[in-house]
Ligand binder design. Structure first.
Ligand code: ADP
Length: 491
């Protein structure tokens, strides 16, 4: 908590700085060791193997977490199948809805604890975890709880039937929120679940397992197992899984798609992105600069729909880049638990290395790199917000997903050129447009091949709105009514 003294102090070397305002961790309870959540109970992994999850802001171990093997995946799928056959698929829909509402309410009650643990385990600023991740996770459970007893009205002239057991694999960028995106619609439609969080951010999913216990869900309806890619692969390959829902890298998405080819398992894949944010000369420039910062720098660029490419109209390019550099100098990089922090820790050493490789590569390719500078803590994984200008479409920093606070800037002269550059990517998850003119918004929106287009804003989410990609950004949609159809067969 803030000590309440001098919210702001003046530092004559670097300009205005905020006094530290760290969030308290007194109310947080993290066990030394976590087991697998199978059939309503925490149970040791058959192999006896565990791995550590660390705090990327100080490299300290937070907990030891079970590594699920094939045998554990078997147990989890068996529990999910039993719960599906005997309890969940037979339960009245309104009763299912009550359980989901209960999960939503408990997450709200424990929101602070969830936010702090999310920040500690993943490195994201507490402000994001507190204001975005956790409220949205609760909102997803609320939203889909409401659908549980209205499914018959969701698909006119069709009768929806659950699929059975869903295997769900999620990444480290929005750990609890991704779990909510996956679990809530699956349960509302009458499916049971085996979920695996990412190996670097398992803690809030394990806390969610505690919530599920507290909500008294019938055992086996939700099973949460931890482990690495081999655990994920064992879920995908399991014969008794009816549906795979995956969010993560395009590379792993491809492996999963290959593994599922020729089976009758349904799947949704939410993969990488390289979103373009397009700024026209008639845009409110200050607002747009703030939007760019939000699109790529907040959250360390750890967002698959991050606006990692900026397309700015030539006539305002100089102004936008100058203002952006000025704004970058005021961004606070550091302790994720400090409420003033804009950019937290990079999620893992491996991810930081990957980002640094791209920074070196961008310069080698001939781009001009700009970083605001500033100090970062000695321990932990940090990356200053970075701009690349003088880039060509062929540069890898323009084409490939970096997943860090790194922005590549290109210019354009006409709307058609902007759209064609925006579409010149293998990805198609999201995009943004900044202009004063509604007609331009519609024209750009209609012509960009991406699942979500934001206008005069960026990275805004709502449970009622579908999300998903074109091209190599994925298959299927999550969220909203579309998200329900991914968990039912329609007769
Ligand atoms: P990221 O690049 O975002 O870390 P990954 O695609 O590597 O994304 O990981 C996302 C999730 O997929 C994690 O939970 C990870 O353990 C899991 N995973 C990794 N490899 C595989 C695989 N071959 N099959 C299934 N899941 C996998």
């Amino acid at each position: 908590m803030s000590d309440g003294k001098n919210a702001i102090k003046l530092n004559y070397d670097t300009g205005w700085e905020y006094a530290a305002a760290p969030e308290s961790t007194d109310h947080i309870n993290i066990n030394d060791r976590y087991e697998l959540f199978i059939d309503g109970k925490f149970t040791a992994p058959k192999s006896g193997a565990y791995f550590d999850t660390i705090n990327p802001a100080n490299e300290k171990t937070l907990a030891s977490v079970a590594q699920a093997s094939k045998a554990d995946v078997n147990r989890a799928v068996k529990a999910a199948r039993g719960a599906y056959d005997n309890v969940w698929s037979k339960m009245k829909a309104a009763e299912r809805g009550k359980y989901i509402y209960r999960i939503a309410r408990i997450i709200q009650e424990r929101a602070r604890e969830f936010a702090v643990i999310e920040s500690m385990d993943g490195g994201k600023p507490i402000r994001e975890a507190r204001d975005v991740d956790i409220p949205l996770a609760a909102a997803h459970f609320f939203y889909y709880a409401g659908w549980a007893d209205k499914l018959d009205y969701a698909f006119p002239q069709k009768t929806p039937k659950p699929l059975g057991v869903a295997g769900q694999i999620i990444p480290w960028n929005f750990p609890l929120l991704m779990a909510a995106w996956k679990i809530a619609p699956a349960l509302a439609c009458g499916n049971t679940v085996v979920l695996k969080p990412a190996e670097t951010t398992p803690l809030t999913a394990l806390k969610l397992a505690e919530v599920i216990q507290a909500a008294d869900l019938p055992p086996g309806v939700v099973n949460i197992i931890t482990g690495d890619g081999s655990t994920g692969a064992a879920i995908v390959d399991h014969d008794d899984i009816d549906k795979v829902a995956f969010t993560g890298s395009t590379d792993v998405g491809r492996i999963i798609q290959r593994a599922l080819a020729g089976t009758d398992k349904k799947y949704t894949l939410e993969l990488g992105g390289k979103a373009a944010n397009i700024i026209f000369e008639d845009a409110p420039i200050d607002q747009a600069v703030e939007g760019i910062v939000n699109a790529i720098f907040f959250n360390q660029g750890h967002v698959c729909c991050a606006g990692s490419r900026l397309l700015v109209q030539e006539s305002v390019a100089k102004e936008v880049i100058t203002k952006l550099k000025e704004r970058m100098q005021t961004l606070v990089v550091g302790d994720p638990l400090d409420k003033n922090t804009d950019i937290g820790a990079i999620n893992s050493a491996a991810q930081l290395e990957r980002i640094n490789d791209y920074l070196a590569l961008g310069q080698k390719e001939g781009a001009e790199m700009y970083q605001a500078g500033g100090k970062t803590p000695k321990k932990g994984y940090w990356c200053q917000p970075t701009l690349f200008t003088d880039v060509a479409q062929s540069h890898r920093v323009v084409r490939e997903e970096i997943f860090g606070p790194v922005l590549a800037i290109q210019t354009f002269r006409t709307l058609d050129e902007a759209v064609s550059k925006a579409n010149n990517t293998q990805y198609g998850l999201s995009g943004g447009v900044w202009t004063d003119k509604g007609a331009k918004i519609f024209k750009v929106g209609q012509n960009i091949r991406a699942g979500v287009i934001w206008a005069n804003t960026f990275n805004k989410f709502d449970p009622t709105s579908p999300f998903g990609g074109y091209k190599e950004s994925g298959v299927g949609r999550e969220g909203g009514l579309h998200g329900l159809s991914a968990y039912v067969n329609l007769h």
